[in-house]
Ligand binder design. Sequence first.
Ligand SMILES: Cc1ncc(COP(=O)(O)O)c(C=O)c1O
Length: 420
Amino acid sequence: MNLFRRPAPSLDDLILDTAGNDLSSARLMPTVARPPQVFVRGQGSWLWDSDDRAYLDFNQGGAANSLGHSPQVLIKALSDQAQALINPGNGLYNRLQLNLVERLCEHTGSDQGYLLNSGAQACEAAIKLARKWGQLHRGSAYRIITAGNGCHGRSFAAMSASSGGCDNRFEPQLPGFSHVPFNDLPALHAAVDAGTVAIMLEPIQAEAGVIPATEHYLKGVERLCRELGILLILDEVQTGIGRCGALLAEQQYGIRADIIMLGKGLGGGVPLAALLARGKACCFEVGELEGTHHGNALMASAGLAVLDTVLEHGFLEQVRESGCYLGEGLARLAYRYDHGQLRGQGLMWGLTLSDDSADAVVKAALHEGLILNAPQPNCLRFTPALTVSKSNIDEMLLRLARAFSRVRTAQLQCRKGIAV
Ligand SMILES: Cc1ncc(COP(=O)(O)O)c(C=O)c1O
């Protein structure tokens, strides 16, 4: 008897591609809600499913594909590097890892960096680094204060650092974190005590629905950290590497963190993240942070290709320009459909709807050939490729308008049905 044999998936669970091959979604752990389409290729702002239908992608893998789908620069970097060396292992130096860390430090004004594979890993590493610093300088203090509705990832420490923005179902959480309301400086001040080692924040809360920190708040947090001698950790996993129209969002706020987390857009769709540290925060020693694929040469080659592109003359200016164009278009559409507040910066926008119809709009948009994300029941998030064109934005707005109309019609029909 084959002990490893599992029941075959039922026909209802099968996803077939155009050739009739079973893609067996039933075998995949159902941890993520996905539409039934299977995607087979991408180019820039466009994705194609297995029926060759084209979709305009304004989510881009949750803001990861910073240069869009399969950009030539990334294809070339990855294929050249794959020919030369994929992975010597984290216990050996490779040139790509050293180059990328050097370039990141040079352009962000950091002193040390380390490469990892996901935002959650960068968060875990930032927590470790802060705790290490606490042992050295704060009498073993280890508590980190974070903001309500923040999201720093879905591993255990990252989840415990998060509050409401990520998954909080797996109690008990790890100790050592306190959450205070976002954009509330007095609450933050009141929460700091002798056991506090750091404050960790997103400059713009992404999963909470693109909620920016005010300049007054972030400058006040930086001042507080300096006065009290604790670390400021900025989670720039989503806002960093050009997403907000500058290499880092902290540059736009005119502040300077001690530790920075990067991820998502850094790899342009390839799993890559980074931890950056400045001055006194550089205190890791041998044996304190390792991972099989940390600093992987293939991943680092992707990071270098993305960073070189984002730092090209005029690139960030173009992001700011496209961002304004997208923001203006969204504002017009929101007004026309009586939806609410628009928040964001660069090419990261959140639109609050007048009701909890975000999932319905995402579904209707998919029907219109548009891929969007709904981080909250009443909020849509727009994170297109940083290379998105004005015509792509115009086309997106047309499709979104049709999706809004579809949802409105369905809501009206539903109300009429109830009235009858
Ligand atoms: C601000 C922020 N930090 C960290 C993470 C976690 O990144 P990852 O999903 O790569 O682990 C996310 C993911 O959405 C995020 O938005």
